[in-house]
Design a protein around this ligand. Structure first.
Ligand SMILES: [Zn+2]
Length: 105
């Protein structure tokens, strides 16, 4: 039996994160950051530091306040501590174009 190439089944620990959470406004961003911080605090997600050359390092998710103020551009990458699946929380707050929180593409 051939299995589909696209994985749709996740591990029990991160299954609730499979649905992408769109960040359309400040309230969504606060909610997404709270969720991510909770997953990290619970040891389910581990943050993978996001490094961009010639730019000062982004703060870690545990270093920021969920309610803001936020940097203009934010990006946090995580991996599930159990299945290694990648997740990404990204938002552009300055232009208000929003972002998303969910499985990394
Ligand atoms: Zn997982």
């Amino acid at each position: 039996m051939n299995k589909p190439k696209k994985l749709t089944v996740s591990c029990e620990h991160c299954s609730l994160l499979q649905k992408e959470f769109p960040i359309l406004g400040p309230e969504d961003l606060t909610e997404a950051i709270r969720q991510a911080q909770t997953y990290v605090a619970n040891g389910i997600l581990v943050e993978v530091p996001f490094v961009v050359q010639n730019r000062s390092p982004f703060p870690l998710i545990v270093e920021i306040k969920a309610e803001g103020p936020w940097d203009d551009l934010m990006g946090f990458t995580f991996r599930c501590a159990f299945c290694d699946r990648r997740y990404y929380l990204g938002a552009e707050t300055y232009h208000g174009s929003g972002g998303s929180w969910g499985p990394a593409k």
